[in-house]
Design a binder for this molecule. Sequence first.
Ligand code: FMN
Length: 138
Amino acid sequence: MLSHLVYVSNRKPNCTEEEIQKILESCKKNNPALGITGVLLYSGNKFIQLVEGEAKVIMDLYEKIKKDPRHTSPMMISYGPIKEKSFPSWHMGTKNISKNAMEYKTDITSEDKAVFSSILNGKEESGQKVLNLLKKFF
Ligand SMILES: Cc1cc2nc3c(=O)[nH]c(=O)nc-3n(C[C@H](O)[C@H](O)[C@H](O)COP(=O)(O)O)c2cc1C
């Protein structure tokens, strides 16, 4: 069943820009064959990733990503079935988000800000709300 998974984790200091490029190379190499799409947002100390694809495939990938030494404390925010992909043509879109990213966006509502802060705090959130917010970054 087509599903999505969103998690937040702490980007480690050893995870330089160069390491992020390597992560993206892995995404480019592995995700297409797995039917996985999604987005990876990162700031100085956080990652927020959405993966979408078949339920078992994304859960297996999450298990693998969780063990990656370039981040710590992954916390799942949302996981569940979706009718369609939000980023069907992105094998992993990326965006560097500064702390103030939200301040500059005019289409961000106060509810979006609350959802964003829940995500950063590792709290479970409604899939639809998270997906709507992530779409606004791209
Ligand atoms: C935040 C984060 C997100 C990642 N996302 C993916 C991903 O979507 N797909 C993937 O194959 N590897 C991803 N990785 C990398 C995997 O943990 C792993 O290093 C990689 O899949 C190894 O595969 P390779 O040896 O074929 O490159 C991610 C790693 C981190 C730290």
